[in-house]
Ligand binder design. Sequence first.
Ligand SMILES: C[S@@+](CC[C@H](N)C(=O)[O-])C[C@H]1O[C@@H](n2cnc3c(N)ncnc32)[C@H](O)[C@@H]1O
Length: 415
Amino acid sequence: MAKVPLPVNKILIQVRKLCDAAGFDPAVVVENHLEAAVRRRLRLTGLSVADYRDHIQHDSAEHGEVLEELLVRESWFFRDLAPFGLLGELAQTRWRYRTAPLRVLSAPCAGGEEPYSIAMALMSGGLPLATLHIDAFDLSRRALAQAAAGEYGARAVRLIPPALLSGWLEAASEGQFRVQQALRNAVRFHQGNLLELSGHFGPEKYDVVFSRNALIYLNAQARARVLDHLVGLLKPDGLLFLGHAETGLLRGRSFAACDYPGAFVFQRPSPSGPTPRATPVPRARSVVLVPRPSTQNPVTVALPPSVKPVDDFASVLAQARALADRGVYAAAADLLTTLLVQQPGRVDVQHLMGLVRGGQGNTLEARRCFERALYLDPRHRPSLEHLALLLAASGEDAEKVRLLQRRAERSDMPQ
Ligand SMILES: C[S@@+](CC[C@H](N)C(=O)[O-])C[C@H]1O[C@@H](n2cnc3c(N)ncnc32)[C@H](O)[C@@H]1O
């Protein structure tokens, strides 16, 4: 009698357990993500479902491989801009005369885009590379391999200020850019799970910790545990940078939010200090990131058209709107990204980007855009309405949805 093939769902329970152990939020890693991950591993290993079930039970390296399929590794240089502007300013002011190395941790670091941006921003503020100690950490071996190679496509480098781009990256093959060796040497990469973060480092603490855009993928218990590690790794008065959707996670931890719009940065209270208060970091202003004094021949890097300065903001915005209306979302998103580099504080552009991300089916990013628009203008009615719809559709807390709807209704009333 012919053997009946084992259905894929027989392995999903096993993979779900691996995800739980890694701290992944089951609300984010839904059933069809798991199935797609397993199907991809089946294709790549060439194993039958039954053989793969044996393989995953006996080979722990396969655990890492299947989890890799579920990780969101997307990152880019100077993501959100403001955190790096703030680092540049602090390098020029607070840290200017320090003698000890400035210790920074980027966890998670994805493919290295964040720690390399941190190094460039600090150097642009005047700190020499030799005075920086930068550790970077991630679960993904694939991301870390990219970090070590230091090669990126045009999309990832599009927000690097041109002077830093030509100062620290060189043209590689076919439209790729490579981070120069000196900068690559300045970052130490480590592999591991955020749940065991502290165990990877010695007792010396950090002046600055970046932990952006990973906590949102973790379940509540894992988030709390990772936050405990992060707090433990920070020096008193140290700065913790979170992703914009993650700032609420510090509630109840007596961190002080710093007054630097768009940077989502918090200061750890000093144990001797009375009540934590916002650190006197400079207010947002336009930050000039300067190139390092180069001893080498300057590299000319051909930028893709989307990173050239936009002459006519209004007409590019109209073009992006027309593309979005026609459902040409990827092109619309590219134009909007360029506009947001120039004017990150434009509510209408953030809102349109939210619609475009929604159109692309990226609800997480759409939500972030609407939240960013509301951060800039808490009474922006279209963003209140769209965010309420988005939350309702994803089955979020009904009270939160009602609150947004009520804010939308009241948004036109005089204050
Ligand atoms: C979206 S990227 C964010 C990278 C960067 N911080 C940024 O904001 O651009 C998320 C990264 O978190 C990593 N990651 C997710 N869960 C992790 C875990 N439990 N431990 C360590 N890294 C994890 C992923 O491998 C991925 O590289």
